[in-house]
Design a protein around this ligand. Sequence first.
Ligand SMILES: Cc1cc2nc3c(=O)[nH]c(=O)nc-3n(C[C@H](O)[C@H](O)[C@H](O)COP(=O)(O)O)c2cc1C
Ligand code: SF4
Length: 447
Amino acid sequence: MTDGHTTLLGVDGRDGMSGPYGSRLLHGWYATGGAADLDEHLGRYGSPPLPRSANAADLLVRAVEDAGLTGRGGAAFPTGRKLRTVAGGKGTAVVVANGMESEPASRKDETLLDLAPHLVLDGAALAAAAVGADVAHLCLPRTRQGQADALREAVEERQRLGVDLVAVLVHELPHHYVSSEETSLVRWLNGGDARPLATPPRPFEKGVGRRPTLIDNVETLAHLALIARYGPGWFRSAGRPDAPGTTLVTLSGALRTPGVYEVPMGLTLGEVLDVAGGAAEPLGTLLLGGFFGNWLPVGQALHVPFTKQDLASLGAGPGAGVIVALPGRACGLAEAARVLGYLAAQSARQCGPCRLGLPAVAEDFADLAWGRPDTQVLRRLEGRVGLLAGRGACRHPDGASRFAATALRVFADDVRHHLSLGPCAGAGQEPVLPVPETPVPDEPEWR
Ligand SMILES: Cc1cc2nc3c(=O)[nH]c(=O)nc-3n(C[C@H](O)[C@H](O)[C@H](O)COP(=O)(O)O)c2cc1C
Ligand code: SF4
């Protein structure tokens, strides 16, 4: 990535029909080097095989269950199980496609929506048919006006040609870190603020219009669109039996060709980084999963497969496919302090840990990174970080607390250096992590 924009796919030097690992969602891009319009999309895949009976809808849900597709929005929840629950709910269901991608280190959803918009729209239409929904909402951030306009045109074209059976509505929501959380989407679609709601009821029970609501990441829906066409066996022919299929990843930091790539599940972290040309300079640590993620020392991480199961043994997870490679010369404390300052400013300021705890942790981290801290700061930090998790209405403080805790652990040597000698040389360097610098007003716009 450069200047917050994606260097698309890092395809330099490669051509032909597929990416290095038999890309699926990005197949069209690799074939043509351009975004697929409706003609090209229908020429390549045909119309989406929409189920037109209850039995056919059930078969589609079963195909997704058998495929073992898991959500690509961060939590890797089994998509088939979610489809079945919503399909069995009381009342006509609603589908919400989450294209918000509030994670600053991620560009995969934006890229997918640019390059293969009709795969996502097919997925939304197919998911709607599978759960018996009469409408699908596609949620995008207000900052991507051009993309929202293009998608509205794409939807209109599909409606004119009768490709979809349900109404598909494109919305532009406020762009804050927590506005993409699923209850924020539901609250906004119900006429309120794009801020998380305390649950239960969960959206799958009572969501938009108090109806059973299926909320899926746009990448998840695009995979669903291919499973509906080619079946679970095909989906499982990439990846591992316990982690099937391919996944989009956003690779950034000190790599030769950072960008968005599609890789089969189960590659080791070292192999995934090689897809982006490998390290551009000696690496120190990796950040996995973005600003809610975990830091791992590179020596401990490279041989580990990039799957939820394997990373769990290190207390980490793939999140929404974000990997940032931090060079050894960078100061991890300064990087972490910037992220925590951003996360503190981005909370919805509704609950105690976000109003009080998170800003205090961010301030102490800044002191540790750039000030003249004493051991009191460290003791206070260790105590406060442990108090953040599990106390908010949403998982924002939990994510921030995990990020801060792993930073303190993995950068323990830097902590010692800063405590005894003050800020290291790396603390004043250009940031590696893409922390947005937009100031947050005291009263941010939530509607
Ligand atoms: C603070 C926060 C931000 C989130 N942001 C996103 C996001 O930008 N995109 C997304 O798909 N899911 C995001 N999620 C997860 C969603 O709440 C939801 O679980 C997801 O959209 C479900 O889709 P999936 O099952 O296909 O992964 C976020 C969760 C939290 C706690
Ligand atoms: S925990 Fe924080 S972000 Fe989540 S709802 Fe409460 S104030 Fe908002």
